[in-house]
Design a protein around this ligand. Sequence first.
Ligand code: ADP
Ligand code: ADP
Length: 229
Amino acid sequence: PTAIQIRDVVKRYAGDKGQEGKLALKGVSFDVPQGGIFGLLGPNGAGKSTLINILAGLVTKTSGTASIWGFDIDEQRRNAKRAIGIVPQEIVFDPFFTPYEVLENQAGFYGIAKSLRRSEELLRAVHLADKRDAYARTLSGGMKRRLLIAKAMVHSPPILVLDEPTAGVDVELRRLLWELVTQLNDDGVTVVLTTHYLEEAEQLCDRVAIINHGELIANKPTREMVDMA
Ligand code: ADP
Ligand code: ADP
């Protein structure tokens, strides 16, 4: 199947007290093909997070359709959800859980049998094996971001979506996160990420869609995008 299919998606947020709400997406359509690293590039306020949150089931679209791995996000919610792992922008952990517990709890949410869990392997993959039993509150920002990626991969989804994975991080951590994303992609995971850094899209993505004011204004292989600029 196509990894992600978005068709004519409109989102109007509810307005305050009779005021008309913000039109965050004005009828967006695109496909994310399987296997690559797809970048959704756009300035702050363009509608990137809104789109990701719709896919994550956190925001309800006003109209249009979306499917993940061939599963309609409304009609086949459970299957759609299992096909995707979401790395949110904000870091949200219970500070008194350890990385190992965070992953085990997540596996529990998904009903994954103990014998089929891969918490240790995931911790190794994100270079956190030595922090297995540290309290999450003692981890650095970079370690927490890596733990979020491992958490999103607990149910082995074929698609990983990252919302602004490197916003506000230093150069060194950015490189490390790029390496992790590339490694996952090499292992067969289709990656979608949002970014407002052109350089990130150029370096990491093989296809880039540009979104501005809730409209898709380009969608091309990265090399053609770079020629344009
Ligand atoms: P991006 O992720 O590209 O920065 P967002 O999707 O966060 O953009 O925001 C798109 C537009 O929708 C912005 O104008 C933003 O202010 C508005 N918006 C986002 N979330 C909400 C919300 N919960 N309620 C009302 N307006 C929102
Ligand atoms: P359910 O719909 O089965 O009750 P929830 O939506 O409550 O599941 O999610 C359970 C846990 O899984 C929460 O920690 C939530 O943040 C997380 N989660 C849900 N969907 C995803 C996903 N696609 N990728 C990563 N984590 C997810």
